[in-house]
Design a protein around this ligand. Structure first.
Ligand SMILES: [Zn+2]
Length: 77
């Protein structure tokens, strides 16, 4: 399961959450609001220098070509 970073649109809290898929929207850990936004930029930056590997079309273990494999690199390979 991928870990995403979210920011609450209500109180501004930032937190990481392990979610079953990219469509899952967790609630804010601080205030419990459901209005949270996934921080894709921070997420990919976290993995950029570590172990980003090429991800061939349709073979991404995340199953979300518009997310983790944007730019042709898969952080989960
Ligand atoms: Zn909040």
């Amino acid at each position: 399961m991928p870990i995403f970073e979210y920011q609450c649109q209500k109180c501004g809290a930032e937190f990481e959450k392990l979610v079953p898929n990219a469509d899952t929207k967790p609630t804010c850990e601080r205030c419990g609001a459901k209005d949270v936004e996934r921080q894709l930029s921070t997420f990919s930056a976290m993995f950029a220098g570590s172990r980003a590997l090429p991800c061939s079309d349709g073979a991404c273990p995340t199953g979300q070509p518009s997310g983790g494999c944007a730019g042709g690199e898969c952080p989960f390979s």
